[in-house]
Design a protein around this ligand. Structure first.
Ligand SMILES: [Zn+2]
Length: 179
């Protein structure tokens, strides 16, 4: 699968439309993340939608999930790849509900800056814990990930006090490479 609407020109238009100026991103020192060129289906998420990851990420995720399963932990793939346009729509929906842009950008990266664009970032969930909630930190799934995710090439992207200024995201892991 190739992401639709893959274009850096399109990205500028999305940022303009959301009122996110270049200086805001420079000020916070947000790294750019470009959209993946190659994606593979990685199964259904708890929302019933197909999730996509790069082929290498999918292989690592599949192996890690299987290993967790043998330890009695069922990891769920809550989110994978997101396009620039999808990220912009997430932010637009919050703006339309009256949330201030600064507050939104502590939670959601501007289009072009989300690690989910790369197809290597995953949000992990587990039964009995609300998705994308800090309470994930207290689950046995999180304890398992802290011990084992590194061996599968996954790293926690946004620990407490992260340099990018995002809120702590114990559920968000990014595939770098297997150790
Ligand atoms: Zn995430």
């Amino acid at each position: 699968m190739k992401p639709a609407g893959h274009s850096e020109d399109g990205l500028d238009a999305l940022l303009r439309d959301l009122g996110i100026g270049a200086e805001r991103m420079t000020r916070r020192g947000l790294p750019r993340h470009t959209e993946a060129h190659q994606l593979a289906p990685a199964g259904l998420g708890p929302d019933g939608r197909d999730k996509f990851l790069t082929p290498a990420t999918r292989a690592a995720w599949t192996a890690m999930r299987a290993a967790a399963q043998t330890d009695g932990i069922a990891l769920l793939l809550v989110s994978g790849f997101r396009s620039y346009a999808f990220q912009a729509a997430l932010i637009r929906a919050k703006l339309d509900r009256g949330m201030p842009l600064d507050q939104i950008l502590r939670i959601n990266a501007p289009p072009g800056c989300s690690e989910h664009h790369t197809g290597r970032a995953i949000d992990i969930g587990v039964e009995g814990c609300a998705a994308l909630d800090e309470a994930f930190e207290n689950t046995t799934a999180f304890a398992w990930l802290q011990r084992h995710a590194g061996a599968f090439g996954f790293r926690l992207s946004y620990p407490r006090g992260n340099a990018e200024g995002y809120l702590y995201e114990p559920w968000h892991w990014c595939y770098h490479r297997r150790r």
